[in-house]
Write a protein that binds this ligand. Sequence first.
Ligand SMILES: [Zn+2]
Length: 293
Amino acid sequence: MAAVIIGRLLIAKLVFAAAILDRGSCEVDEDIIDLTHKYANTNMVTWPTHLKFNISVGFKGKTPSGVYYEAKRFCTSEHAGTHVDAPLHFYEHAQSVDEIPLKTMIGPGAVIDVSRKSEINRNYEVTVQDILDWEADYGRIPDGAVLLLNTGWHRRWPNEVDYLGTTPDENNPFKSDYSWPGLSEHAAQWLVDSRSISVYGVDCVGIDPGAASTFPVHKIFLSPEHEIPSLENVANLDAMPPTGTRIYAIPMNIRGGTGAPTRLFAVVNGAQRHLSVFELVAAVVLIATQCLF
Ligand SMILES: [Zn+2]
């Protein structure tokens, strides 16, 4: 009898292991959240004086040997679409995008939602208290975090006037009536003094609030002292849980780049834990059922 029970336990264990392997194989498709806007000739918002993304056909058709072949070419500012700012963007001789270690660009996700406050006041500046309130609910921002601010602005993309708060003027990149929310200078300074984030990002055209004409947040995060690469025009933040993800921000490897288009996505690692608990319960039930007969 004991041998039969042990045998059935082994079978149940094998079934359980197979179930986990099966779940693992589909996790990649089910639990990735893409945080990147699409690059295209239309439906993008770019800082008014920056070169807009432009793509055209290089070759499309049959080769002399009759094989179909198509290739496009594109031209763009480093700072169009979802992209990262490197320290070189605001500090001469500072770290360029190709010099940022890839391990800096991967870390646990922390997403602070200030979209309701930003909806009421489109120039809202996030305070230290907002961050402490978030930590009271979700725990301390982990060291090495990719910290993202959800202002709700990604919902306004690609409505240029709504996104910028004014009609863009290509001859005046530093207009005084830009209007979008962001981190206050005090909160940015507090973050570098009191926490150890690896990357910062926001769903607006700049990491400074639109009204901040002296760019204090850029200067704090991108300083050679802190070297915190910063993401702009982050997409799809409403799909993100506040914690429980691992975020990958993978920029184009541009030598000497002040920034670069970046494929930004999150892997939801909380879901795998949930599935494992479910599978554990299923396995226990299976074992109990096997032992009854
Ligand atoms: Zn930029």
